[in-house]
Write a protein that binds this ligand. Structure first.
Ligand SMILES: NC(=O)c1ccc[n+]([C@@H]2O[C@H](COP(=O)([O-])OP(=O)(O)OC[C@H]3O[C@@H](n4cnc5c(N)ncnc54)[C@H](O)[C@@H]3O)[C@@H](O)[C@H]2O)c1
Length: 328
């Protein structure tokens, strides 16, 4: 059945891919984005779609959220992705990160309650802080260092509080679910200094500059191809109940590949995929509080959503490279 769906942050990297998926499945979608980091270019392929409305506005502003509901004539589902994301911002713009990520979540959550809509929060593995237990279960504890050390957890702690707010709303009757994407990557991700690692590595290749690998390069991540990430969000919003028959309200899902790769291996893999365009790799830089490993335990997503990561790192990187060469 067709749903009326608000996607906050719908012009961003994951949001725009989710919007395309929702439209393909026959749903009506209103995007709310202030284009702080997102762009209409990400929505280019669907910009003329009859079932898409794009509202330029701020997720922390109630009236802007209401404009989405008016455009749709009611709301069945909110996918809340609007946030300030990008590691370099966490220290540089901690107050904005806290403001948008907490107040945006509270505003979107309150609206979902008023509208009687289902709610999906885009949280993050950063919500676990510096917990180094691996693999990270969906109900892992969070562990944050003293705030005086650095500002990095402006982001992770804001995601943690977002999860607390969601759980409170669930206790008050809201059907809300939590998705934690682990390092999503794809062709449209930003590759500048405020972007993410795969985007930066390909950016280096395209500009024939060395790839800068943070720290000693032995830190690991769970790189997850965008189509798999979107599938996780889509299922978390679409299913009325879990495949195991249980309620999905208050459930959290780690949406990440279990292929744990070091940043050195990732850089080598990008070089392998780009063949003759391969560039040098240099070590250096990084951010205080960067975690050494990040690996999800995602059996809950399989049992309840039927979600599994389907794209191997080699396949995903090859798709990115192919898309970068042929354009959108
Ligand atoms: N990309 C990942 O690997 C990853 C990992 C963990 C969590 N997440 C979370 O998933 C969500 C989407 O991430 P992304 O990678 O697509 O990030 P992104 O920065 O590409 O998208 C976020 C979008 O939110 C918009 N936005 C920012 N402030 C806003 C405001 N005040 N009002 C309205 N819109 C605003 C931006 O313009 C952007 O389009 C975010 O909540 C992020 O924290 C992403």
């Amino acid at each position: 059945m067709s749903q009326r769906v608000v996607v906050t942050g719908g012009a961003g990297f994951i949001g725009a891919a989710l919007v395309q998926r929702l439209l393909t499945e026959g749903h009506h979608v209103a995007v709310l984005d202030n284009f702080w980091r997102g762009s209409m270019t990400n929505l280019q392929s669907v910009s003329q779609h009859a079932h898409l409305t794009v509202v330029e506005g701020d997720v922390t502003v109630e009236d802007d959220l209401d404009r989405c509901a008016q455009a749709l004539g009611g709301v069945d589902l909110v996918h809340h992705l609007a946030a300030i994301n990008g590691t370099k911002w966490f220290d540089e713009a901690a107050l904005e990160v806290i403001d948008v990520n907490i107040n945006g979540t509270l505003a979107a959550l309150r609206k979902a309650q008023t509208w009687g809509a289902r709610f999906v929060l885009a949280s993050s593995p950063e919500a676990f802080g510096q917990n180094e237990t691996m693999p990270l279960r969906s109900e892992e504890s969070s562990d944050f260092p003293p705030a005086s050390l650095h500002q990095r957890f402006s982001y992770g702690a804001s995601k943690y509080l977002g999860e607390v707010a969601v759980q409170h709303a669930v206790r008050n009757g809201l059907d809300a679910r939590i998705v934690r994407p682990f390092n999503a990557y794809g062709a449209t991700m930003l590759g500048d200094a405020y972007g993410q690692v795969v985007g930066m590595f390909f950016h280096a290749v395209v500009h024939q500059q060395p790839m800068r690998i943070h720290g000693d390069g032995l830190q690991t991540r769970s790189m997850t191809y965008i189509d798999d990430t979107v599938e996780g969000f889509y299922l978390a919003g679409a299913l009325d109940e879990g495949l195991d028959g249980g309620s999905l309200a208050g459930r959290s899902f780690n949406i990440g590949s279990t292929e744990e790769v070091s940043m050195r291996f990732l850089a080598e893999s990008v070089n392998h995929v780009v063949g003759t365009m391969a560039v040098d790799m240099v070590l250096g830089g990084g951010y205080p509080g960067d975690s050494q490993r990040r690996l999800p335990e995602n059996s809950g997503a399989l049992a309840s959503l039927g979600w599994v990561p389907r794209t191997s790192l080699q396949e995903g990187l090859a798709k990115v490279w192919s898309a970068l060469q042929t354009g959108p």
